[in-house]
Design a protein around this ligand. Structure first.
Ligand code: NAG
Ligand code: NAG
Length: 313
């Protein structure tokens, strides 16, 4: 299936107006733009109905992407138009409901659009982190299979599965980094809910859709910590690759050289996937208006688990 996507991608490329315009076939879109999903603010006030933690933006920018905020509470038509303008979407971590929040409503639309597009050979990667990971398990299985785990604030080494060898996500990671990932506490867990390997194995829908790349344990229950879809460019980590370089508020977040490499190679992988997407805004003006550069992150200091947050109306 990987081959299928690769071919589908090349096909789009040779066919695209872009390569025709410039003569030579172009293999990659080196100007990828990623949509990051905003989420509902718990105590919403005017001008502060939704937010994005700045760490997700920096994480993507560090690997060569630009970011646009995907606002919540837009119409389906607006999301469809946006979907055709961007080269990937990231569902970030957070604390909103997976069933009733505007975040979940928006994620549901983008997930469906991504499945449709990829099925037609229109490459479009999706990334889920923490809550985004949990959201994807719900979207794929259609049921809530999450269990409580004692993983609110802890960095852990990844327990790689045998299937990681057939996987894509870690393929280009340096050998030394993979060794460190398996032995050092480089991946930050900041969640109360997880999909246990037991529940995962019970779900035909999850088992047939996702390859489990790593697991972790809270000492009681083993849970899935990294997964990727077999036949779609959909990737998810229960851990936070964006925190290591960009969040300092919690003592368990590692900042070692290897920890920073972990974040970078993870972002690099996802953006490499986004370079296979050829969606674009209809005009430079529309693109400029959508970019997150139009907004200023706020320093939230002691008030938050993040240093900087973008707030939206
Ligand atoms: C936006 O939010 C309001 C208030 O929750 C709701 O009534 C409205 O239907 C929402 N619009 C969309 C497009 O979701
Ligand atoms: C890693 O996963 C294997 C397979 O589930 C399990 O047997 C082993 O105990 C796990 N190791 C750790 C350190 O959790």
């Amino acid at each position: 299936m990987i081959h299928f996507f690769y071919l589908a991608c090349l096909f789009t490329v040779t066919d695209s107006a872009f390569s025709k315009r410039f003569g030579a076939p172009i293999k990659n879109n080196d100007r990828p733009i990623i949509g990051v999903l905003a989420q509902d603010v718990f105590n919403a006030t005017p001008q502060r109905n939704a937010y994005i933690a700045a760490s997700y933006v920096k994480f993507l920018e560090s690997a060569g992407a630009r970011v646009i905020p995907v606002m919540i509470n837009k119409t389906e038509d607006e999301y469809k138009r946006l979907f055709k303008s961007i080269n990937g979407v990231l569902f970030p971590g957070g604390g909103v409901s997976l069933k009733s929040s505007k975040y979940s409503k928006t994620a549901t639309i983008f997930y469906r659009l991504a499945l449709e597009a990829n099925s037609k050979g229109d490459y479009f990667p999706v990334w889920g982190t923490c809550l985004g990971f949990e959201m994807l398990t719900l979207l794929t299985s259609g049921e809530s299979l999450l269990s409580h785990t004692n993983t609110k604030g802890v960095a852990l080494p990844l327990n790689f599965t045998d299937d990681v060898r057939d996987g894509r996500l870690f393929k280009e990671f340096p050998e030394e980094l993979l060794k460190s990932l398996a032995t050092e506490r480089l991946t930050v867990n900041s969640h109360q809910w997880s999909i246990t390997t037991e529940n995962f194995a019970k779900s035909e829908k999850l088992k047939s859709f996702y390859r489990v790349l790593s697991t972790n344990s809270d000492g009681q229950n083993e849970f899935v910590s990294t997964m990727e879809a077999y036949n779609f460019p959909i990737y998810a980590t229960q851990w936070h690759p964006e925190k290591n370089a960009f969040v300092w508020r919690r003592p368990y977040i590692p900042h070692s050289g290897r920890a920073i490499e972990t974040g970078f190679y993870t972002a690099h992988f996802f953006i490499s996937e986004a370079r296979k997407s050829f969606h674009s805004f209809r005009s430079v003006k529309e693109e400029r208006k959508a970019l997150i550069y139009n907004y200023k992150p706020e320093y939230t200091g002691k008030l938050s688990a993040f240093e900087q947050i973008y707030y939206f109306d």
